[in-house]
Design a protein. Sequence first.
Length: 422
Amino acid sequence: DEKRAMKEQFAQFRRLTWQQRLTVASQLGDLTTIQRQMLADNASEDDALLTENYLTSYHLPEGLAATIRMNGHDYLVPMVTEEPSVIAAASYGGKMAASGDGIVTRTDTNLLMGQIVFQTVTVAEISRFVTPNEAKLLSLANQAHPSIVKYGGGARKLRVRALGEGFVSVDLFVDTGEAMGANIMNSMLEALGHHLQDVLEQHPVMSILANDGQQTLVTAAVNVPVANLAKRNAAVGLTVAKRIVAASQIAQLDVSRATTHNKGIMNGVDAVVMATGNDWRAVEASAHAYAARDGQYRGLSRWQLAGDRLVGALTMPMHLGVVGGATASLPLAKLNQQILQVKDVATLNQLTVALGLAQNLAALRALVSEGIQQGHMQLQYRNLAVAAGATPEQVPTVVEALKTHAHPSATLAKAIVTKLNQ
Ligand code: NDP
C-alpha cells in the first residue's frame, strides 16, 4: 500500500505542495530530521519561482580569479565551480599572461542564429521568395520584438541552406543587443515561420534558436616570455614552452586529448558563465560544435613559439547576456557583474574567453612541467578533509596526515578526523 501511495504521488508530483514534495523526498531518501531541515533551510520562495517541482537551492562555491589582464585592464573575475584548483589555476594563468603584454581580445560578429526548417521543398523554391523579400522579412521579424531595435539590435540577415534528405533551413541572424536573446529569437522565428508557412503553403517542421556559434566567435590571444614559464631558470622555461607547443599539436591530432584539452578550457569558461547567470549548456554546445567544425574534434586553442615568446590563441563561440534570463533573476549574477565592472556584453564575452585562455595556459604548463597531480591533490586532500567532517582548524592537520599515506581516501580522512576528535 505504501508503494501504491508513493506511485500515486510520483504521478501527481507537479501538483504536490512544497511540503508534500519535501515529505516524499525525505521518505524516499530515508532522510534524517537534520537532513530534512537542511533541505528546508536552503529553500527560498524566490528560487521556487525559477523552477518547477522546486525542492531546495543547491549552493556552489564562488571565488575570484585574480587577476586577468585583458586589453590593458585588470579584472577580478567571479567564478563558480565545485572543482578545487580551477580558480588557483586561472589566477596563475592570468599572472603568467600579465607577465607578457596581457591578453588581447577580438570579436568579429555577435549574431545569434535561429532556424526555420521545411521539408519537401527545394532551396530554389524558398530562395525565390526569401532573397527578393529579405528586407521585408527582416522587418517582420523585428516587429515580433520591436524593443530590440530600440536597444540597437535587430534581425540582420537571412540564409537559405539545404540540409540534405529534402530538408531546407531558413537561417535568421539577429543582433540580440545586450541579451543572450533566446526568447527574442524564438518570438521572431515564430512570426517569420507563420509568414513563410502562408507563402510556401507548408508548415515548418520546427522554428528554433540554433546554438551554433559560428557568428559569435571571440578570439583571445596572449604572448608570454618563455623565461616566465619556469620559476627558477630561463632554460627550463624554453623547455616548458616547447612542450606546451607539443601539447597544443597533440590536441589538434588526437580526439581523446582534444576532449580533455577543451575540458580544461571549459573549467574556467563555465565557472564565469555560471557566476554571471548565463546558460553554460548553450556555451558548451557551441564550443564543442565549433571544435569539430572541420569534421574532426580538435583543441580550441593553439600555442606556438615565436622567438623568446610563447604565443597562444583561443577562438571559440561566446554569446552571453548582461541583461535578461537568469542574469536578471539571480541576485548574485547581478552582483558579480558589479564586481567585474562589466556593463556591456561584448566585454563579458571577451573576458570569458580570455579567462579560458589563461586557464588553458596554466593547465598546459602544469601538465608538461611538474605534473598536474601535485597541485591538484593538495586541494583534493582539503576536500576529503572537509567531507570527513574536519573543522576549519583541523583541515591542515588532516591534509598533512593524508599526504603521508600512499592511498589517501575518504575512509582514511574519516579515520583521521575521528582520531582527532577523541
Ligand atoms: P529575456 O527573455 O529575459 O530577454 C532579454 C530582454 O531583456 C529583452 O527582451 C528586453 O526586454 C530586455 N533588455 C533590456 N535591455 C536590453 C538590451 N540592451 N538588449 C537586449 N535586450 C534588453 O532573455 P533572453 O532572450 O536573453 O533569453 C535568455 C534565456 O533563454 C537564458 O536563460 C537561456 O537559458 C534561455 N534559453 C536558451 C535556449 C537555448 O540556448 N537553446 C532556448 C530557450 C531558452 P524588453 O523588450 O521588455 O525591454
